[in-house]
Design a protein around this ligand. Structure first.
Ligand code: SAM
Ligand code: SF4
Length: 447
């Protein structure tokens, strides 16, 4: 079988990155090997995102650029998968006539069959059906060669229907993978040199509801905590309403569970939270933060905020800023609200105008910048355990890794340290990273 070249471009979240790895693994068995050069490809797959309008625009312009490659190589096939493919389905062919293949979020497992039918018949197809059990959920994604840290998908879909969000419509209802299957995958990864796993799902706190014996997320963490070789466990994303006392208590009890939680709050106003259908109040959120800090002093807390949700008044926005000043997030991802077709909020009255959203985002980001710097500066002089992940992108003589609380640390070192946990004294703090010096070689290896 002649080897063909596959180029995959991924937009959006970590879930899509995982799905792209699965696509590459599936197509490898049909004779495709991946390339970094789209001009050398026989098949280009764009794994799409639809979370905000901007993502859709970027994807369409990228597809326009790929279309020009067809003029040079008429045998080139172009396919789209992921959330935008799920949303647009058949109509993707009308919007982008150069496409050959459209497949939805539950159809990844059929990719080899779809590509081979396309090769045989030349027929263009859109497959966007939903499955009761998503077959690709059981496929283990292959970590990048030499990786120390990787993601493990534990569930997919979402049952929450936040009023702004397209995920439930495009990824379907929540489905969890069986606990033994996940633990088995983590054991295999540990055998391949992985030292850190990040457990991935839209709402990991509701993991396990459909599984035999009803294991919950804290049970899963405990089980992974026993896998030899896995030094660090992280997870994302945690929904505040489902963050249980049992999970909070796991911090500090499971030695490998890192002291960091991403806990998206979205707004600091009860009125807005209610209208977003988030299922918690600002006070409840504050109480969860306090409980986390009591169980795990110094835990790093990061969050997501949307500004300009329909009906958000200046006083609601001020309440978000007040919450940020009180909680002092270690980091924050912030977005202007983007109306998405098919979601509850898209049809709401009192949409906020673009310039107001922009200005609110600017103010909020400036505040967060000062908080992030304050938190990073507080690390100066500390000695941190850093899991070394690789050579720094900007400095070839520096290594890069992360602290347990998820801060990036660069320090002079050599590639022989990759995969080790070393002690680094922090000497400089920036907005996006820390710099330091490794402590005495003898004491370098922490574990
Ligand atoms: N499941 C996660 C959760 O509940 O937090 C994350 C879902 S989403 C991929 C990541 C973030 O995108 C959300 O937390 C939210 O802040 C943001 N987001 C989702 N829909 C949005 C929209 N329509 N406009 C702006 N931001 C949005
Ligand atoms: Fe979207 Fe809300 Fe589900 Fe997160 S919890 S994926 S924001 S609906």
């Amino acid at each position: 079988m002649a080897i063909k070249k596959l180029y995959i471009q991924t937009f959006g979240c970590q879930m899509n990155v995982q799905d792209s790895e699965k696509m590459a693994a599936l197509l490898q068995s049909s004779g495709y090997e991946t390339t970094d050069d789209p001009a050398a490809a026989d098949l280009i797959i764009v794994n799409t995102c639809s979370i905000r309008e901007k993502a859709a625009q970027k994807i369409c312009s990228q597809l326009g650029r790929f279309r020009q490659l067809k003029a040079i190589n008429p045998h080139l096939r172009i396919g789209v998968g992921g959330c935008l493919a799920q949303q647009w389905g058949e109509s993707f062919f009308k919007k982008v006539p150069s496409l050959d293949l459209v497949f939805g979020t539950h159809q990844i497992h059929r990719l080899p069959e779809m590509v081979s039918t396309l090769d045989r018949t030349g027929d263009r197809r859109a497959e966007t059906g939903f499955c009761e059990q998503v077959p690709s959920l059981a496929i283990a994604a292959q970590p990048v060669a030499g990786a120390v840290s990787t993601f493990v998908t534990i569930m997919q879909g979402c049952n929450n229907f936040c009023a702004y969000c397209v995920v439930p419509a495009l990824r379907g209802r929540e489905q969890s993978r069986p606990l033994p299957e996940i633990v088995g995958e983590v054991k295999l990864l540990a055998g391949q040199g992985i030292r850190e796993v990040t457990l991935l799902g839209q709402n990991v706190n509701s993991y396990g509801k459909t599984q035999a014996g009803n294991p919950d997320f804290a049970d899963l963490i405990r089980a992974i905590g026993e896998v030899a070789g896995i030094e660090r466990i992280r997870f994302t994303t945690s929904h505040p309403k489902d963050l249980s006392p049992k999970l909070i208590a796991s911090f500090g009890r499971v030695g490998s569970l890192c002291e960091h939680i991403h806990l998206p709050v979205q707004s600091g106003s009860d009125r807005v939270l209610r209208s977003m259908n988030r299922g918690y109040t600002v006070q409840e959120y504050r109480e969860k933060v306090a409980a986390l800090r009591e169980a795990c002093p110094g835990i790093s807390i990061t969050s997501d905020v949307i500004v300009g949700f329909p009906g958000e008044e200046d006083e609601d926005f001020q309440a978000t800023l007040a919450l940020m000043r009180d909680v002092r997030f270690d980091n924050l991802f912030s977005f202007q609200y983007s109306p998405r077709e098919g979601t509850g909020a898209a049809g709401m009255d009192r949409q906020v105008c673009g310039s107001v959203k922009q200005e609110r985002l600017r103010i909020l980001q400036a505040l967060q910048t000062s908080h992030t710097l304050e938190k990073n500066n507080a690390c100066l002089g500390r000695t941190e355990a850093v899991l070394v992940e690789g050579v720094s992108k900007n400095e070839p003589h520096e290594m890069t890794g992360r602290t347990r609380d998820h801060r990036i640390v660069n320090f002079p070192g050599n590639p022989g340290l990759i995969g080790m946990t070393v002690s680094v004294r922090i000497t400089k703090a920036f907005l996006h990273s820390l710099r330091g010096m490794m402590e005495g070689r003898g004491g370098a290896h922490v574990h």
